[in-house]
Design a binder for this molecule. Structure first.
Ligand code: MLC
Ligand code: AMP
Length: 522
């Protein structure tokens, strides 16, 4: 049966499109959490209306930024939906970010509202008020905080603020190669078009077809958990089994009640390590999807052997949401391990050489993309935006890959200096800048090396100023106090000098080669 008709007009508030897909039975369970709470579709509608009324009552200018750094909860997801409803712009922030990182985001985005956990209220509110933010609310994952207290007094009916397709819906910060993060501006039409394309590409089943049930284990401050997973379920009226923090044993135990799972490769590696994972446990499952980082062929093959399922790998990024996907429907081709499949409908993807010319089939080059899902630019960085687009309007992804004769895309590397660790991006330039600022440090280089759990992790190599004594452990301890934990290198070596080429540039490839066996499996 065809999915329920949803108006695909690009000139509408994304929330309304999601709301249209709610099932007729609004009292059915929409979300069940790992703590046993159940939320009906009606609960989602009413609670997001109350939050939207709270935001509207603040009399903010349209498209005000609502910055949110809170632990994962259903209420946190509701703040996102309420922000859309109220016509504002959602700005999700990783809970691992510490004060220096938060100061930059809040200073750069100038949010009108900041929502944080109670334990961080002191320092976050100080940063926010300094940056001119008018309202700081708290929200904790036990359904407490000033945001819910204030929303409780608001009406549970709300008509969405009209939005045009190209109006801003969200800003996602993605680190820059020069160290400073850039806010990727995503519109209502970017997000809606991608959600609708994925609905068809992944064959989501509507409630009328028996429905899908998604296990949602990802964080909700990035594209994968917030848009691909959450929109995926909502735009199909599919229920969610909601996990506040990924725990493989819980996922395995709940697989018989689910049909779809999405994860980063580290999650698949950890699920494979759970002895309870087997074919019987996966009997109700329809689809396993992986992305955000390369899925090793070994993981792909082990998964097939253990569960009888072939993982569908797809590729995307903050600036574009999803770009390519392996086929869901076998009639459209096999799911090929090591590849990220075909460009999604509406996405034009080409591979170009350094001069910007498309390369012949099968040859490697820079991946460039165009489509209704591609962002409008970086927040208040017109120069950076211009640099990342070609004259004919293609976005330069910074990923290096090839398209084979059958049309499958393979990512072979990145031209951007980026480490992807457990699905999180770590920009060496940012970490190096922190290390270089430390007393006694002359210079540093951060390289990514293979890791059996996180896929890739950062290793720092540091030199000391003349006469200074440096200790790698102390460098790591200092970084830990200042940077989000996933950015902290797993090891730090102090050396006499860094290898350089004839031009004086640090040869990171040599460092990578030297340290590639540090975390060899077993
Ligand atoms: C945690 N640590 C990490 C890490 N996650 N270090 C490197 N890389 C990571 N990803 C640190 C912890 O702080 C801790 O350090 C130590 O490693 C062990 O932590 P853990 O308890 O084992 O980790 P856990 O909390 O279980 O987190 C692992 C994880 C998480 C895989 C569940 O990293 C995660 O949720 N990753 C998904 C990220 C994601 O959603 N990416 C999508 C981006 S969107 P210490 O020192 O404190 O012991 C995108 C676009 C697209 O990329 O295409 O989707
Ligand atoms: P982010 O900026 O956090 O959204 O990360 C996007 C980057 O993740 C992309 O530019 C790719 O480098 C990488 N990525 C996403 N999906 C895949 C995948 N399936 N295989 C390899 N790399 C991926």
């Amino acid at each position: 049966m065809k999915p329920a008709a949803i108006s695909t007009s690009s000139d509408r508030n994304l929330f309304d499109a999601l709301r249209d897909a709610f099932p007729a039975d609004l009292d059915a369970t929409a979300i069940e959490t790992d703590t046993g709470l159940r939320y009906s579709w009606r609960d989602l509608d009413r609670a997001t209306a109350m939050m939207a009324n709270l935001l509207q009552g603040l009399d903010l200018p349209p498209a005000s930024r609502i910055a949110v750094q809170v632990d994962k909860s259903v209420e946190a997801a509701m703040v996102y939906l309420a922000t859309l409803r109220a016509g504002h712009v959602f700005l999700p922030l990783n809970t691992a970010y510490q004060s220096a990182e938060m100061e930059y985001f809040i200073g750069n985005a100038e949010p009108a509202v900041v929502v944080c956990s109670r334990r961080n209220f002191g320092w976050v509110s100080q940063l926010a008020f300094k940056a001119g933010t008018g309202h700081v609310f708290t929200l904790d994952d036990d359904r407490t905080g000033s945001l819910l207290e204030r929303a409780a007094a608001c009406s549970d009916r709300h008509a969405s603020v009209a939005r045009r397709g190209d109006d801003l819906a969200a800003i996602l910060y993605t680190s820059g190669t020069t160290g400073r993060s850039k806010g990727a501006m995503l519109s209502h039409a970017n997000l809606l078009s991608n959600a609708l394309v994925l609905r068809d590409a992944w064959g989501w089943r509507t409630p009328a077809d028996g429905g899908d049930v998604l296990i949602h284990s990802l964080p909700i401050f990035h594209v994968h958990g917030l848009f691909v997973a959450l929109h995926g379920a909502l735009i199909n009226g599919s229920a969610l089994l909601w996990q506040s923090k990924f725990d493989p044993a819980w996922v395995v135990a709940n697989l018989p009640r689910a049909t779809v799972f999405m994860g980063v490769p580290t999650m698949y590696v950890r699920l494979l390590a759970d002895p309870g994972l087997n074919r019987e446990q996966c009997r109700a499952m329809r689809l396993f999807i992986s992305g955000s980082a390369p899925l090793l062929l070994d993981t792909f093959a082990q998964w097939q052997q253990r569960t009888g399922h072939t993982i569908l790998e797809r590729y995307g990024m903050s600036e574009t949401i999803m770009l390519t996907s392996n086929p869901c429907d076998p009639a459209q081709g096999e799911r090929r391990g090591g590849t990220v499949g075909f460009p999604l409908p509406g996405v034009t993807l080409r591979v170009c050489d350094d001069a910007g010319q498309p390369v012949p089939t099968g040859e490697v080059g820079g991946i460039q993309v165009k489509g209704p899902n591609v962002f409008g630019g970086y927040w208040r960085m017109p120069e950076k935006t211009r640099e990342e687009f070609t004259a004919d309007g293609f976005f330069k992804t910074g990923d290096v890959g090839r398209i084979d004769a059958d049309g499958y895309v393979t990512i072979v590397g990145r031209s951007k200096d980026l480490i992807i660790s457990g699905g999180y991006n770590v920009y060496p330039a940012e970490v190096e800048a922190f290390i270089n600022d430390m007393a006694g440090v002359a210079e540093s280089a951060l390289v990514g090396v293979p890791h059996p759990d996180f896929g890739e992790v950062g290793v720092a190599v540091v030199t000391a100023r003349p006469g200074a004594r440096l200790d790698g452990q102390a460098v790591l301890a200092e970084l830990k106090a200042r940077l989000a934990n996933f950015k902290v290198p797993k090891r730090c070596f102090v050396v006499d000098e860094l290898p350089r080429n004839a031009m004086g540039k640090v040869q990171k490839n040599l460092l990578r080669e030297q340290h590639k066996g540090l975390f060899a499996a077993g």
